[in-house]
Design a protein around this ligand. Sequence first.
Ligand code: 5MM
Length: 340
Amino acid sequence: MNRDQLERIARAMVGKGKGLLAADESTGTIKKRFEAIGIASTAETRRDYREFMFRTRPAMDNHISGVILYDETLRQNGADGTPLVRLIEATGAIPGIKVDLGAKPLPGFPGETITEGLDGLAGRLKDYYGLGARFAKWRAVIDIGNGIPTHAAIVANAHALARYAALCQEADIVPIVEPEVLMDGDHSLRRCYEVTEAVLKTVFDELYAQRVFLEGIVLKPNMVVPGKKAPRQAAVEEVAAATVQVLKNCVPTAVPGIAFLSGGQSDVEATAHLDAINHLGPLPWAVTFSYGRALQAAAQKAWAGKPENVPMAQAAFAHRARMNGLAALGEWTPPLEAAA
Ligand code: 5MM
């Protein structure tokens, strides 16, 4: 394990005013996203879509520190034959790879899942390093509902995250540790806080037990928000305060950075929350974004699968990248959205 390299890459992933583009939708997920804009999901349309994002400059250079890819994309060439990984590297961003094989039903625990993918992972990581990946991602999914999450599901998922992280570091790949507490349902902000706290504490216990080098990871958590169907939604400042409090209670300062998922928040909400969190500093870690939907939704809509729409779609992507880059610095303001 090369600790210096791991720490250097982890720090670069959360570098000042930059964040991660989560473009690692599995084939099933991207199909759903494409259906919503009325286009077929083929290897070629997936390639065209991702290629125009990676070619969006200077937004990629200025605001994106790394890109999380799906296996297919890591191996794909652009329309002119240039490997997509090289396009990403040319912007100064670091290529990364999603290595989990998805959340599957947890036997004996109805409504709960366990993320799979540990079998053979050491070999896959070696191949991914050879293909240019310098960080990886594994997402555990914790749902809030009647009687869930159970302690058993939290422990099983945290243990898998820690085993994955240890395997990544052995391969000189920085693990993004992503325990996502979903914002589906009607639970309160308080309930999200309690579950997030239990999950993060268990995750760090397991990382410690598996001897994971904390300086060489990036944490990708949810923010503390009420469920989407909760009767009372929270103010931006409430979300920021609760999120910072739970992180301060659970995340060791050895961790260089925290890069949030957007989890179904609207584009502007995700930006406003990140900005408000960064107003509560100084924080002991760099705090930025690792957004999928909140960075891509506007660009997907503008593109709609039509080559003539690419410049408009690139402008939409560049705008969200810039807004979130500013939020990572605590320098975003609502009027900047209108100035788009
Ligand atoms: C981009 O979506 C990622 C992959 O999802 P699937 O494995 O379900 O296809 C997802 O893990 C994503 O990286 C995170 O949830 C963050 O994305 P959001 O949209 O929540 O910011």
